[in-house]
Design a binder for this molecule. Structure first.
Ligand code: NAP
Length: 299
């Protein structure tokens, strides 16, 4: 019997674990892949208060080590369902665990563009992770699609390795930080392709180019690139909770700043819940809020 079961070992989940453990609770963290969540693939973090500069991997590893040193039990199992009752239960592909409170901190996964053969060409030129795959494209031309912080960071990172980086965005204004846009503008090997969408992947088993369509003129153009890095945001993965927990139309857990869901004693923290600002800082803050609320609920 655990006090708190946390589903997801990203920034929100591990922050919740730290707060729960420091309050003397017995905490289990369930994670389907590896600890760290999305931030583990970010090359550089420069906007976490108190830390001037750190890689996503080092940040996530520090968080993981902090939680496990405090006594967090972490199991790598996929959650298949949760149940409410006198005790709450979390079922995974391996076992069923009982607890007094649950914190859902499942984050979000990469959104695909929806192109023909996109899934097939992952590993053959299509990637969702510049930090993981960027080194394969040394001195080769690539494209990044997206206009948020991830796309900007990916383009900056790749511009250090690649002969050419096309940054394709569907509008003429970026959603990401101005500072990074300015840094990209100063790079000789970076070209902005604005008001444009990627409409086709070219090449058989390997990406040899992409077709880009201008949204205003409708004109199509081929960019000779060996890789396409897709960074168009995330989608939540909360379907497994839908029988019990209220989700919004996009699949995010409906919960306010207090992290409370429609079920007492079940909380949602970080990118998986309805919110406007999805940042490392807000994920960490949610972890603290959800864990302290769970502690108060348990009593
Ligand atoms: P995001 O901020 O949601 O941006 C997604 C981008 O992709 C937007 O520019 C959007 O265009 C575009 N897009 C969405 N769907 C598209 C489609 N079907 N076709 C073409 N373009 C599409 O996602 P993100 O950059 O992954 O960032 C997610 C969150 O993490 C954000 O809050 C971000 O600030 C945060 N983040 C923080 C850090 C950091 O703190 N260091 C690093 C990375 C990310 P529109 O602009 O036109 O909507």
């Amino acid at each position: 019997m655990y006090d708190i079961i946390i589903i997801g070992a990203g920034t929100a989940g591990l922050s919740a674990a730290i707060y729960g453990l420091r309050a003397g609770k017995k905490v289990l963290v369930l994670e389907q892949l590896s600890y760290g969540g999305q931030i583990i693939n970010t090359p550089e973090i420069e906007n976490y208060p108190g830390i001037k500069n750190i890689s996503g991997f080092d940040f996530a590893t520090g968080l993981y080590e902090q939680a496990t040193a405090l006594g967090a039990e972490v199991k790598y199992e996929q959650v298949t369902g949760i149940a409410d009752g006198a005790e709450k239960q979390v079922t995974t592909t391996e076992a069923t665990y009982s607890c007094k409170a649950i914190i859902i901190a499942t984050g979000a996964k990469n959104r695909p563009l929806g192109l023909d053969r996109e899934a097939e060409l992952v590993g053959g030129g299509v990637s969702y992770c510049a930090t993981c795959d960027g080194a394969f494209y040394k001195k080769r031309p690539v494209a990044v699609n997206g206009g948020g912080n991830t796309a900007l960071e990916d383009a900056l990172f790749l511009s250090n390795y690649c002969s050419k980086v096309y940054l394709i965005h569907r509008r003429d204004e970026f959603r990401g930080e101005v500072k990074q846009v300015e840094q990209l503008k100063a790079k000789e090997n970076v070209e902005f392709v604005l008001n444009a969408t990627v409409t086709a992947l070219l090449g058989e088993d390997q990406v040899e180019g992409i077709e880009v369509t201008d949204k205003i003129t409708g004109e199509k153009r081929t960019l000779q690139v060996d890789g396409l890095f897709i960074a168009i945001g995330q989608m939540p993965e909360n379907a497994v909770f839908a029988p019990l927990i209220q989700l919004d139309s996009a699949g995010y857990v409906v919960a306010g700043e207090d992290c409370k869901t429609n079920v007492e004693g079940i909380y949602a923290a970080g990118d998986c819940r309805t919110k406007t600002v999805r940042q490392l800082t807000t994920a960490a803050a949610d972890g603290a809020v959800a864990a302290l609320a769970a502690c108060a609920y348990i009593g």
